[in-house]
Design a protein around this ligand. Structure first.
Ligand code: ASP
Ligand code: MG
Length: 421
């Protein structure tokens, strides 16, 4: 049996018709290697942003069902154009959307999770020698409703399809050459990593490294699906391979530094120190599908018998969170509530920090030496994150990248500009 390679192309790779023709050549090369090829595409360029803008021009609060109906069209455009490009180059190719295949998701709009992928149709088309092009980012509920997987979700479509088909590997083609020790726009001598473990990549993705959709890494880890992040425009470059930590040699305690500027800190003060208060607060958020990242509960004050809970959420969820927190505040008999988006989460990540003391203290000392105040700290086995003021963010990334010795002698090619802080 032939090996199956799943290739995913992001929005910048299919931004215009010339790029789509180039992508067709990349696909054909893989096919000529003797493999079966299944392709997953994102929408062209900034299509998804553009569609969102249109929606909000029409209705300030568009319904999530209609948003999914609208946004899912972006990927349908690129999948059919890419298929036409393959056909014009003499290759037998066919496109499918999620409903046609049966990429089944839960019944949640705008950030659904995939629960099952039917492979009959895909296997049949592969047997017929066809190259398959699939619309990423979208799914369908068992009732036939169209869903989407959340921004950046076509990475997850690709990994889930690769796992369902038992593919050899899933290649994520993008406009960068791989995964870097940090954002080269901040640190020009950031190094490209040849390999990184799922665990580290997952932490980096959650910490704000926008290379891969975090759920794609989770899925790859669950199914031990090797992932390669590589450049659409430099085919010979091997990019970065993401694989199980057991398959790697680890030399350095820290693999990368990431900044996340998309979080908002929420503080709820003076919550009575009795059982069930945190559960009430966070279950109300969970019910609305709001993920919470860092959580800190302060010591209970002796006199008032109350404590404070601070946590962070994604900016996208701010409106919903304000509504919910202001509602449960009264139920909790809590005091003031505040929201602060002038923050950055800076994280260092590395499987090599397990059992190596002194990494956290080096991080804190480095931030202190740079005159940066730490406002919240959270840790996992392989990650330490500090919440700091937004304006200190780049300074922190530079200092940490240096102290953990992550730079190389060459200057990385820089893509795009940094968002304003
Ligand atoms: N087109 C979608 C987005 O822009 C999905 C993706 O690109 O992965 O978020
Ligand atoms: Mg993407």
């Amino acid at each position: 049996m032939k090996k199956i390679i799943v290739q995913k192309f992001g929005g910048t790779s299919v931004a215009d018709t010339n790029k789509i023709k180039h992508v067709a050549d990349v696909i054909i090369k893989e096919k000529q290697n003797g493999n079966d090829v299944v392709v997953v595409v994102s929408a062209m360029g900034h299509t998804t942003d553009h569609l969102l803008k249109l929606a909000h021009e029409i209705n300030a609060a568009p319904s999530e069902r209609e948003l999914d109906m609208l946004l899912s069209t972006g990927e349908c455009v690129s999948m059919s154009l890419l298929t036409m490009a393959l056909q014009s180059k003499g290759y037998d190719a066919i496109s499918y959307n999620a409903s046609q295949i049966g990429i089944i998701t839960e019944n949640v709009h705008t950030k659904a999770r995939i629960v099952d992928i039917k492979t009959d149709k895909l296997k049949k088309s592969l047997e017929e020698g066809k190259i398959i092009v699939i619309a990423g980012f979208q799914g369908v509920t068992p009732e036939g409703e169209i869903t989407t997987l959340g921004r950046g979700g076509s990475d997850t479509s690709a990994v889930a399809i690769a796992s369902a088909l038992g593919a050899e590997r899933c290649d994520i083609y993008t406009d960068v050459e791989g995964v870097y020790t940090t954002d080269p726009r901040i640190v020009p001598n950031a190094s490209k990593l040849d390999e990184i473990s799922y665990e580290e990549m997952l932490e980096l993705a959650h910490a704000g490294a926008n290379v891969l959709h975090p759920r794609s890494v989770e899925t790859a880890k669950q199914y031990s699906m090797p992932l390669r992040v590589r450049s659409t425009f430099k085919y010979d470059d091997k990019g970065t391979l993401i694989l199980g930590v057991d398959k790697m040699e680890i030399y350095k305690p820290v693999a990368g530094v990431a900044q996340d500027l998309s979080q908002v800190r929420v503080v709820v003060c003076d919550i009575p120190d009795t059982p069930g208060e945190a559960a009430t607060l966070f279950s109300s958020l969970a019910k609305e599908n709001i993920s919470v990242d860092m959580i800190i509960q302060s010591y209970a004050r002796k006199v008032s018998q109350t404590n404070d809970i601070a946590f962070t959420i994604n900016k996208e969820d701010l409106e919903k969170t304000e509504e919910i927190v202001n509602k449960v505040k009264d139920k909790l008999h809590a005091g003031d509530v505040s929201f602060d988006d002038n923050i950055a989460k800076i994280s260092i990540v590395g499987a090599g920090m397990i059992d190596r003391p002194g990494i956290a203290s080096t991080m804190f000392q480095t931030l202190a030496d740079a005159g940066i105040n730490i406002r919240m700290i959270s840790t996992s086995e392989i990650k330490i994150s500090c919440l700091i003021n937004k304006e200190d963010s780049q300074k922190a990334v530079k200092a940490l990248h240096k102290v953990f010795n992550l730079g190389c002698d060459t200057i990385a090619e820089v893509k795009g500009t940094l968002p304003d802080v």
